[in-house]
Design a protein around this ligand. Structure first.
Ligand code: SF4
Length: 356
């Protein structure tokens, strides 16, 4: 059974544009991540791991290291192999082989390959265009900083490009209440922050900001210098108020489904646990062990009391029996369960973890 000891909160030294939106939604998550040295307390989804491979390949294309299909195939296989070895080593062998375990593995590979022909990656030798991939940009006080995927400088034109391996657009309501598709706010704010960092470093603003998805679609982000400055100020202010909490030791979380669902620090979050006492909508549960039963096929079920509810968690392996049985009447938390069709009945999944 896993245990969370005392949490040593520390000040966050720097916010990256890619973390900013998550921090804005729940700064406590960022503080927990810092306290645990960014080591997740729950398994990361295989899609997130695969996203890092996709991003790495895009980076190598942008740098001109992958130039043709042969390079692409070799490097793609190499990166997938590195990731799979890593997953095996860290106890996540159930995600391997990614080719079979991941939905859309083949489709994403095909989409990625199409970037080979992209003009962005073709150095234009006859002009003064400069491509800077994975360019580090930081504010003068070093409080905000991160790597932007690509900066293209051509005369007076400067374009900042960020590659995205997931969906870039989201549906939202316009002023008339009609549903329209627009670039996700988090991506808009992220790239505006890069734009301001570029300004801090060069004293001039980029002329265009673009997001490119795996299908090679390009989305422009409309911006003004004022907006970029406003996001920058907001990020600095957020970092300050978040770090002030470490001094005063008065923390607050923001437990909402959209924030907590993918938060890998849920086991350490008292705000989330408080919510689990009465809210049974997630795939995590909390309760006192009331009984543990082993069936003839070796499977083990645990019966928990959670507030006024009785919960049944099925399909633990037989090896879990003794530990669970020895902890009767103790409160435990179980994360990443699968909900069964019957209410308040759950079963264990590959990624399920138990915490005291
Ligand atoms: S579990 Fe939710 S409330 Fe707690 S830190 Fe994570 S996102 Fe914030």
């Amino acid at each position: 059974m896993n245990k969370i000891g005392e949490i040593n909160f520390r000040k966050i030294k720097r916010v990256s544009p890619s973390q900013f939106y998550s921090m804005k939604n729940c700064a406590y998550k960022s503080l927990l991540a810092e306290a645990f040295d960014k080591m997740p307390l729950l398994p990361v989804s295989p899609n997130a791991y695969f996203g890092t491979v996709l991003h790495k390949i895009l980076e190598l294309m942008a740098k001109g290291i992958i130039r043709n299909e042969e390079d692409f195939n070799a490097e793609f296989d190499n990166q997938v192999k590195i990731l799979e070895d890593d997953l095996q080593k860290n106890g996540f062998g159930f995600y391997v082989p990614l080719k079979i375990k991941l939905k859309n593995f083949g489709l994403k590979k095909v989409q990625l390959k199409k970037h080979l022909q992209s003009e962005l990656e073709q150095p234009i030798s006859f002009s003064s265009t400069k491509f800077h991939s994975e360019k580090w940009l930081e504010s003068q006080d070093k409080l905000i900083g991160g790597k932007v995927d690509l900066v293209i400088e051509s005369g007076n034109n400067v374009e900042i490009v960020d590659f995205k391996t997931g969906r870039i657009m989201q549906d939202c309501l316009d002023d008339e209440g009609d549903i329209v598709s627009d670039v996700k706010n988090e991506y808009k704010e992220q790239i505006k922050l890069y734009a301001y960092l570029y300004f801090e470093n060069t004293n001039k603003f980029p002329t265009s900001l673009s997001l490119i998805d795996l299908a090679k679609q390009k989305f422009s982000v409309v911006f003004s210098e004022k907006e970029c400055k406003a996001v920058f100020d907001e990020a600095k202010n957020l970092l300050k108020t978040t770090n002030d909490c470490v001094n005063t030791k008065s923390f607050s979380g923001n437990p909402k489904e959209e924030n907590c669902k993918y938060c890998l620090y849920r086991p350490a979050c008292s705000f989330y646990q408080k919510q689990l006492e009465t809210d049974f909508s997630s795939n995590d549960v909390l309760g006192e062990i009331k009984d543990v039963k082993k069936f003839q096929n070796g499977n083990v079920s645990v019966f928990l009391r959670s507030g006024i509810r009785n919960l049944i968690i099925k399909n633990f392996s037989s090896e879990a029996f003794d530990e669970l049985n020895n902890n009767k009447n103790k409160q435990i938390k179980i994360y990443n369960l699968r909900k069964e069709a019957t209410e308040f009945v759950y079963s264990v999944a590959d990624t399920t973890m138990i915490y005291e």
